[in-house]
Design a protein around this ligand. Structure first.
Ligand code: FES
Length: 127
């Protein structure tokens, strides 16, 4: 069996939503100390709906594929639904990741959570 599913290869070779949102409403950056990979997620949110999402990932193929898939999964979603996104759901949407690569999908879950927390803390400061 191939190491990576066709979906992982597709999202790695043609990642969706790569880039930066200059006036993002929430930004989350996380890293994995062991492998040194870094992921940054930018969110544009209107009325508690994620209208745009971009990412920059300096990391392995699984990390790039996970960021790409995760951004696709949360685009157009409500903040509270995006909060509930798990790394397992990201890996499943990619038709699986090798066990030793599951931590790469954790980066996507954590970066999104951090960006949503950033959005929520900015919002509460506006009040
Ligand atoms: Fe570090 Fe994949 S090896 S995120």
């Amino acid at each position: 069996m191939a190491l990576y599913s066709d979906k992982v290869m597709d999202h790695f070779l043609k990642p969706r939503n790569v880039g930066v949102i200059e006036d993002a409403d929430g930004i989350g950056e996380v890293g994995n100390a062991r492998c040194g990979d870094i992921m940054k997620i930018y969110l544009k949110i209107d009325d508690d709906i994620i209208t745009d999402v971009k990412f920059e990932t300096f990391g392995c193929a699984s990390a790039i594929a996970s960021s790409s898939m995760a951004t696709e999964l949360i685009k157009g979603q409500k903040v509270e639904d995006a909060m509930a996104l798990t790394n397992k759901a990201v890996a499943e949407a990619l038709d699986g990741l090798p066990d030793y690569k599951m931590h790469c999908s954790v980066l996507a879950e954590e970066a999104i959570q951090k960006a949503l927390e950033d959005y929520q803390s900015k919002k509460s400061q506006e009040k």
